[in-house]
Design a protein around this ligand. Structure first.
Ligand code: SER
Length: 863
């Protein structure tokens, strides 16, 4: 066997199958378009709907090298030579084209002819009932019977990927490493009795069934082939090494870890485990983050967080106590970037997100470990509620707590962990207050099962209809009267029920001799639209003919915001990158709110670029197109799909040609020009990895401009300056205040701004005029002056329309000069009043322009 690099093996595999008529496709995303799966767990996942018969294949033969992620065996990763989270799967697929014979023959040909694996090194297993596969191996390939093992469903039946779906019997090919440990004495060593020696290198699945919810098998309309070979295992085989971690895929990563941690691989088995965990996990981390998954507490983000935290824990075992994982990302990008350009593109982001998460975790980990030790010490063991506390408060994933316990030999029992977790989730749901959906609408049982309300609101805002059902306080009634709030179901409605982030329409219902206000509309179950109506006049009867009128202005404003939301989503992906994914949305008449995945706050520059782009699309006045199609077609044509739709559904696609294509049931403007204008109001963080933008469109922008106009004209008035001088003026004022504050704090103001006069009797008077200085400060200044001098102090502070003053008299002069009297005298002239004690008084007046006069008459006023 010739040594082959991972690059050569990938290439050889794909070229081989290309020659056999296969279309070579690039790897699909790690995040499948599949509501049943969190991650792409096998090469077949992107083709599941084709195997299932729900989508017609464009090519009937495909081969790929698919990036995959599995976390079921995560605790084994690092401890064995072949367990991974992230891995690459080579696969060839046939959709109703070739079947068992070719699949087996080609696999054999590739292994023995292209890779040059000696035949005697290969063994196979087949499903015990699959005579055909046995015969092909034995007769066509010529493999001796003893090397074809028959095994049960457990070993030789694959799938489905997810709770239901395509699956079938398989045949597996094993490579004999020659490693003899674990072989039974006196018996021939086979893949059935010695796992360590034989490595399963290729699985050929004959996908001919689909498994339903009950676990029952049904034949598929087509017979298919799904094969999967782990690239890492092929590499180990072709590079003559026993462990995947000794292949060229991992070597540069392990070297990097050695450099960073100063650990030397293969000198200490315990440390080796940690090195392997990190080497494995860093690949998963790099690929996940570059696809826009960020660490969080649920779903994919939680899996990522677990992987990061597990890698960090092993870093700590290697003596690392600061963020370091992000420094290994280079090694992954260098090795795999040519094959997977997304990690080159995402490199910077991966490092930023990762180092931030590392810092965050290090802070809590330290605390968590301390609490773990305390609990273990106190109670002698760790129980479910402790593990939950460690998770909830200190961010220690359960898996980690289990590992720590094992390592430290602490007894642990976590059977109720899920219960605590569920309770917490329930609490947080209640906290967000979504009670509307918790309610049951028993009265709906009175409707025929096939009944659906016809929605005409895409085309009309007014329609004729008829009352089908009226309910009050959860029970059906024949009539509703004035002032009642009733829940009413009509045969037809133009009212949009709250859904997909878009708020419900409001409006009126009119009938002969009566009228009601439609205040809220919701879908109680699929297709059953309920109107909450306040009866304003007359009474409403079952069977009554009504005219339903949607509040047009409100609905139109909502439509502007909904289409603008799609434009915003498209702009975010273009400006920030394709990792941006919708994480929540609210479309109301007044504003729109859009949550999306992104790892850091947006710069002013980015916000401006996004606003510009959206407004360009608005001003291009692009007609908005709406069409209905199958989910499969829609996904194929590249729509942005959320994960709620199911294969086989008819879906509504809203398209702004050249800009955006989304599955959406909402109401939209006919032309982007109708949005008017778009402006972002705020951008902020919602949770880790999720940002929120709030924005306005249309008339709300006019309102916004008017509000600003009002504020500016007010400022102009207050400051007495022109619009373009406001900023300078405010800056000047700020500067002045700063200077004054500085002077005040240094006590300088007194010396510089206070003048001195001598009265006939030789007593000194200190006086000064300040601008907009608080009276408290005036008092302080006066104190300062009289600390050093003897006499009378009179200080004024001028404001826009008023004046304040303080008068202070040295204690030994109060027999002759009374501060209170002086203050009162002066206040009279200033159009105000004042008073105080003999040695200190305050006053205020409304005529600052009289200060000059006061100073002219100061001697008289003091007497
Ligand atoms: N789906 C099968 C596996 O994952 C073969 O590709 O093993």
């Amino acid at each position: 066997m010739r040594y082959m690099t991972s690059e050569e093996i990938r290439e050889a595999f794909l070229r081989f199958f290309e020659k056999k008529g296969h279309k070579i496709l690039p790897s699909a995303s790690l995040i499948p378009d599949d509501p049943q799966l969190l991650f792409t767990v096998a090469g077949m996942v992107p083709f599941k709907p084709i195997f299932w018969g729900k989508v017609e294949p464009v090519y009937t033969r495909i081969a790929t090298c698919q990036k995959c992620l599995r976390t079921v065996d995560i605790e084994n990763v690092g401890k064995t030579p072949r367990h991974h989270t992230f891995f690459e799967m080579l696969g060839n697929f046939s959709f109703g084209d070739y079947f068992k014979e070719e699949a087996i023959e080609w696999a054999w040909e590739f292994l023995t002819q292209v890779l040059g694996v000696p035949e005697e090194k290969l063994w196979v297993s087949v499903y015990e009932e699959d005579e055909e596969a046995f015969r092909i191996w034995n007769e066509k390939i010529g493999l001796p019977e003893r090397k074809i093992l028959r095994m049960g469903k457990e070993d030789n039946f694959w799938g489905p990927a997810g709770p239901t779906g395509p699956c079938g019997p398989d045949t597996e090919i094993f490579y004999d490493t020659g490693y003899s440990e674990g072989c039974p004495d006196g018996e021939e060593c086979t893949p059935a009795n010695s796992e360590g020696r034989f490595v399963e290198i290729w699985n050929l699945v004959f996908t001919e069934y689909y498994q339903d919810e009950k676990g029952e098998l049904h034949p598929l309309s087509r017979k298919n082939i799904d094969t999967g070979a782990g690239l890492e295992r092929f590499c180990a085989m072709m590079q003559g090494v026993y462990s995947n971690f000794d292949t060229d895929l991992f070597k540069p990563i392990i070297e990097r870890i050695e450099d960073l941690t100063s650990a030397v691989y293969k000198t200490d088995e315990k440390k080796d485990i940690s090195i392997r965990v990190i080497a494995d996990h860093i690949r998963a981390i790099t690929f996940l983050i570059s696809e826009g998954i960020f660490p969080s507490n649920e779903g994919r983000g939680y899996v990522l967080r677990r992987i990061i935290r597990r890698a960090m824990r092993h870093g700590i075992l290697l003596g690392m106590n600061e963020p370091f994982l992000y420094k290994i990302v280079d090694a992954v990008v260098n090795k795999m970037g040519k094959i997977y350009p997304e990690i080159v593109q995402g490199e910077k982001m991966v490092k930023e997100v990762l180092s931030a998460e590392e810092s965050r975790f290090l802070r809590t980990l330290e605390q968590g470990m301390r609490v773990f030790d305390e609990l273990a010490e106190q109670k002698g063991k760790i129980e479910s509620q402790d593990a939950f506390k460690l998770y909830d408060t200190y961010g220690l994933p359960l898996e980690l707590t289990l590992e720590i316990a094992k390592e430290k030999g602490v007894e642990i029992d976590v059977k109720d962990f899920d219960k605590y977790m569920a309770e917490q989730q329930k609490k947080s749901r209640l906290a967000t207050g979504n009670v509307e959906f918790a309610k049951r609408y028993d009265y709906l049982d009175e409707l025929p099962t096939s009944f659906r309300v016809k929605f005409t609101g895409y085309e009309k805002l007014e329609d004729e209809s008829e009352v089908v059902l009226i309910a009050k306080e959860g029970r059906t009634v024949e009539e509703a009267y004035e002032k009642d709030v009733a829940e009413v179901i009509f045969s037809v409605t133009p009212f949009y029920a709250e859904k997909g982030g878009q708020v419900a329409d409001t409006g009126v219902a009119e009938w002969k001799n009566g009228k009601g206000f439609v205040e809220y509309v919701f879908e109680a179950s699929e297709g059953i639209v309920v109107h909450r109506i306040k009866i304003l006049e007359g009474k409403l009867r079952k069977g009554e003919k009504v005219i339903l009128k949607v509040d047009k202005k409100r609905r139109e404003a909502t439509m502007r915001n909904h289409t603008a939301t799609h434009l915003l989503h498209a702009a975010l992906r273009r400006i920030l990158g394709p990792h941006v994914r919708q994480a929540g949305s609210l479309v109301a008449p007044e504003r729109l709110r859009f949550d999306f995945t992104h790892y850091k706050s947006l710069s002013k520059e980015e916000i401006m670029q996004i606003e510009n782009l959206v407004n360009e699309w608005i001003m291009e006045a692009i007609p908005v197109e709406v069409r209905y199609t199958s989910y499969e077609e829609a996904v194929k044509s590249g729509v942005i799909a959320l994960f709620t739709e199911k294969y086989g559904d008819v879906v509504r696609v809203v398209e702004v040609p050249g800009v955006s294509k989304e599955l959406c049931g909402g109401t939209h403007v006919r032309n982007t020009g109708q949005i008017g204008l778009f402006k972002i109001l705020s951008e902020e963080s919602v949770s880790s990895g999720v940002r929120r933008i709030e924005a306005v469109t249309g008339f709300e922008i006019l309102k916004l401009v008017r509000d600003y106009e009002f504020i500016i004209s007010h400022l102009k008035e207050i400051l007495g300056s022109k619009e373009d001088e406001i900023v300078d003026r405010v800056l000047n004022l700020k500067k002045k205040v700063k200077e004054l504050e500085k002077k005040l704090s240094q006590g300088k103001i007194s010396e510089e701004t206070v003048s001195e006069r001598r009265l006939e009797d030789g007593i000194r008077v200190y006086y000064g005029i300040f601008d907009e200085v608080d009276v408290r400060h005036l008092g302080g200044i006066a104190d300062n002056i009289l600390k050093k001098n003897r006499g009378i102090v009179v200080l004024f502070s001028r404001f826009e329309n008023k004046v304040s003053l303080v008068v202070k008299v040295s204690d030994e002069l109060t027999d002759k000069y009374n501060a209170s009297t002086i203050a009162r005298n002066i206040a009279k002239l200033l159009g105000g009043s004042g008073g105080g004690r003999k040695n200190f008084a305050q006053a205020g007046g409304k005529r600052p322009e009289m200060i000059k006069t006061v100073l002219e008459q100061l001697e008289d006023l003091l007497r």
